[in-house]
Ligand binder design. Sequence first.
Ligand SMILES: Cc1ncc(COP(=O)(O)O)c(C=O)c1O
Length: 394
Amino acid sequence: MGTTMLTQETNELFDKYVIGNYFRQNHVIVKGSGSKIWDADGKEYLDMFPGWAVSGIGHCHPKVVRAIQHQAETLIHMDNTFCNEPQGILARMISERSFGGKCFFCNSGAEAVEAALKLARRYTAKGKYKIISVEGSFHGRTIGAMTATAQPKKHEGFLPLIPGFIYVPFNDIEALREAFDDEVAAVILEPIQGEGGIRAAETHYLQAIRDLCDQHNAVAIWDEVQCGMGRTGKWFGYQNAGVEPDIMTMAKALGGGISIGAIAARPEVADALVPGTHASTFGGNPLACAAAIATIEAIEEGNLIENALKMGEYTRGKILQLQEKHSCIDHVRGLGLMIGIQLNEPGTGIVQRCWDKGMRINCTQDTVLRFMPALNITEDLIDQALNILDEVMT
Ligand SMILES: Cc1ncc(COP(=O)(O)O)c(C=O)c1O
């Protein structure tokens, strides 16, 4: 089949058979390797937002590919009626790199958030049901995660929401204090907001949540789905501030491209999920866990957390140089390789022109360019990407 034909035929299949719930490009992507992707016409693109932060160590990392191949030949799926070795090993790896918790596995970020919310209500129990979340947050599209997402636009057409959720302004300790009472079961927060525009929670805000949760016997949930897995220069975003949660959610980059979600919870909290309270058929299957183990090993063997810090600093320096030339850049913010370029105009046109010139970048909240390349990105590729951005802005 000719490649242009492949694009056309695939587009036709999508038009006819796939629900149109995404702003989707017509391009058909057929291959990915490291920080590059190729479309069906053979055109190469630099991917500075690989898989919406899923391909955190680049596309088709060889170590992850080998682990998947090996596991696929051994045991792809095994239900949770039994233990499986990769799930146990992965749980230990997560626990040892965070706060010593116990894990539950599922398949996506939203499912991890659902598990965290259920665990919070189940653990705190007796009269506690309220969940506090902050404005601009994003926690997923299932009904509980969507209700936790404090963005009215995301709720349109899906009312009524689940009762018991309270929204407070981000980084506002007074508002948080006012919202707290003994009916609060949990606060859920992204240590660094992703969809909300790369906005970090201030350390004293995280500490205030921690203190208020302790005073009221509520639990702190840090949503690390986007900012976890080494992206910010630490294994998990919260470790930059050093304020530990009771429950943490993970997904996206955890599986190196394979779908996996997880929560880790302090053992005392985790033990509230007794048999019959929560489950996931696919959760913790050997294939996904083997891919996640290989991902963690690849991050450590390649010193990729250090690289994220180094390349993040390099990128921010380069963007500051661009800011001197281009008045559309207001400022740059972020940690490690979780970088937001705040524009003073809408960014979708820039994203499209970058794509036309062979570079993928993302825009969120209309005016924030999200630059979140793979953790093993090099200076050379960053230069190439920012040269394209420079040309486009010129
Ligand atoms: C912080 C955060 N939580 C949860 C989710 C939902 O994850 P998923 O799309 O895998 O359900 C996302 C997705 O972008 C996210 O950024």
